[in-house]
Design a binder for this molecule. Structure first.
Ligand code: ATP
Ligand code: MG
Length: 141
């Protein structure tokens, strides 16, 4: 499997709970490396642009409101099959449906406040990595 890079966001609920370190430890424990990271408070325009694919969905305003409600910790994760590995570590979007031991099962409260974001495919990883880390290539080599 190829070395990939993917975008991870630790969302405002998990940052507020003071569990950045516990979540990063899950990534590191699974063999992923932090290749870039920053703690930022997104503007509404940034959050709207980042989740533009969901602009027509009924939950879009709530999603944007939540993502700007406090600081987020944004990382580029790198490793073998990083995109799918990160999605597996995260668990299902709705924490009530997330498998035991996943990040969302252990740290998330609701489908709105669900602790983490992860890119879902190579194409979205490329767009999302360069959105938050301009000039950073999605390819590790
Ligand atoms: P993310 O993109 O944040 O990693 P995801 O890929 O698991 O999550 P998406 O379908 O991309 O899920 O939805 C983006 C976000 O929108 C979800 O994390 C969730 O907070 C919110 N969301 C998705 N579906 C619903 C829904 N049916 N009701 C409320 N909020 C939802
Ligand atoms: Mg998604």
């Amino acid at each position: 499997m190829a070395i990939e890079r993917t975008l991870s966001i630790i969302k405002p609920d998990a940052v507020a709970k003071n569990v950045i370190g516990q979540i990063v430890a899950r990534f590191e424990g699974a063999g992923l490396k932090v290749a870039a990271a920053k703690l930022v408070h997104l503007s509404r325009a940034e959050a709207e642009q980042f989740y533009a694919v969901h602009a027509a969905r009924p939950f879009f305003k709530d999603l944007v409101d939540f993502m700007v409600s406090g600081p987020v910790f944004i990382q580029v994760l790198e490793g073998e099959g990083a995109i799918q590995k990160n999605r597996d570590l995260m668990g299902a979007t709705d924490p009530k449906k997330a498998a035991p031991g996943t990040i969302r099962a252990d740290f998330a409260e609701s489908i709105d406040a669900n602790a983490v974001h992860g890119s879902d495919a190579p194409e979205t990883a490329a767009v999302e990595v360069s959105f938050f880390f301009p000039g950073m290539n999605v390819y590790a080599r």
